[in-house]
Design a protein around this ligand. Structure first.
Ligand code: FDA
Length: 393
């Protein structure tokens, strides 16, 4: 078995495979190593099995990083249109679901097959079930000890992703290699993750478990409008996953349920039309019934609408549209879709993803301190960073 090559990529995920394709197409000998038994496991489970493979609205504003400018170069050089062209070439049917999010019509496995076919056509080799040991500098390149023997290469690309979902083989190995070579790190934390509530709050909200409602969730100046889901552990749904990447322990978030409705007008109109109905009934016309019941009871608002002053109605509006909740934590890496932080972009060249000061070493994909919003942005970062590295190897 060939164990010497121009390029070794550690990690057969979205970023690693895209990088391998580019480098091999340019005539480099490329070997991709992975400890898993199948490539692209996160692609397989992504988007509920249909892989939200990109977002047509991709732009730097949808990414979090200590240096928000770092991602610009790669994102400009490999765009959603470039990925769509590849998907179309492989005759994979897709559709836009919402908010620019593109999904496979059929299965995420189509995307994995596309990457494997491209790798094979370009001549990149894939060695699975390979446990990685030490990585050392050797002469002009690197030596990698593995369960299958030692490998040598001129350029080494770290594409092992983040720490999210350790059950699926996430190890944070790239961070260790970065530290070994003296590269700075931005502290890592779970992102796109459900938020948990303390026991007392959880008990008070237990009746709401399973309810989903359109909401705007705010944290400081950041706001997302998508669905909010109450669960038996706390808060979830796309709006919560989005805000979780900005939230920090000790902070509260503002929840605005039905942000598109002028609630005060609705309540005043309901009072005028039928003064004998309760606020709970009027609220239940636009909110899930259990939510309307919970909020009116919590505010102690009972009796006929005709007897409620504007001040009381305003209090109810505030309870629905400016509900302050203090999460106690998050579900952590166990369920987080991504890892925030990672290899500090200050140590990398934004045009190539090469580590400054360590010739031949590259970091791509999720292990870098660039994290996208929910909605296909993280795969677009994986494709783009993998592509630019592949172009420079
Ligand atoms: P990725 O984690 O994909 O790949 C890393 C590879 O390295 C894996 O194959 C792993 O086995 C290997 N590896 C790790 N440690 C190793 C070691 N020590 N030795 C050898 N190999 C090692 N994003 C998006 O844009 N749209 C979506 O629909 C979704 N959906 C989604 C659902 C779920 C449940 C999760 C957890 C995540 C998503 N994401 C997503 C996020 C997306 O999956 C993620 O951002 C990319 O997979 C990152 O790609 P990478 O190639 O960087 O890492």
């Amino acid at each position: 078995m060939q164990r010497n090559s121009d390029v070794i990529v550690i990690g057969a995920g979205a970023a690693g495979m895209m990088c391998a394709i580019g480098a091999a197409q340019r005539g480099r000998t490329v070997i991709v190593l992975d400890h898993a038994k199948s490539p692209g496991e996160k692609i397989r489970i992504s988007g509920g099995g249909r892989c939200n493979f990109t977002n047509i609205n991709t732009g730097p504003k949808s990414f979090l990083s200590a240096n928000p400018h770092f991602c610009k170069s790669a994102l400009a050089r490999f765009t959603p249109s470039d990925l769509i062209a590849m998907v179309d070439r492989h005759r994979i049917a897709w559709h836009e679901k919402t908010l620019g999010q593109l999904f496979c019509d059929d299965s995420a496995k189509d995307i994995i097959r596309m990457l494997l076919d491209e790798m094979q056509a370009a001549g990149a080799a894939l060695h699975l079930r390979t446990e990685i040991g030490d990585v050392e500098k050797s002469g002009e390149g690197f030596r990698i000890s593995t369960s299958e023997g030692a490998y040598e290469c001129r350029s080494l690309v770290m594409a092992t992703g983040g720490k999210s979902i350790p059950k699926m083989g996430a190890t944070g190995f790239a961070y260790r290699v970065a530290e070994q070579f003296g590269l700075p790190m931005v502290e890592t934390r779970p992102g796109l993750v459900p938020l948990t509530l303390d026991q007392a709050t959880l008990e008070s909200l237990s009746e709401l478990s399973g309810i989903s409602a359109p909401a705007e969730i705010r944290h400081g100046k950041t706001a997302f409008r998508e669905a909010l889901l109450f669960t038996h552990r706390g808060l979830s749904g796309p709006a919560i996953l989005q805000i979780s990447s900005y939230w920090r322990e000790g902070d509260d978030i503002a929840v605005d349920i039905e942000p598109d409705v002028d609630l005060l007008e609705h309540l005043k109109a309901a009072k005028k039309a039928n003064g004998r109905q309760s606020a709970q009934t009027a609220l239940a016309e636009i909110l899930p019934k259990r939510l309307a019941q919970y909020l009116t009871e919590r505010e102690g608002i009972a009796g006929h609408m005709a007897d409620l002053s504007d001040k009381v109605l305003l209090r109810l509006v505030d309870a629905v549209q400016n509900w302050r909740i203090k999460p106690s934590g998050s579900e952590g890496y166990r369920t987080a879709e991504v890892t925030l932080g990672g290899v500090d972009t200050a140590a990398l060249d934004s045009r190539t993803m090469a580590a400054k000061g360590v010739p031949g070493l590259y970091f791509i994909g999720e292990c870098v301190d660039v994290t996208g919003w929910l909605g296909g942005y993280n795969f677009q970062w994986a494709w783009a960073s993998g592509f630019v590295a592949g172009e420079s190897l």
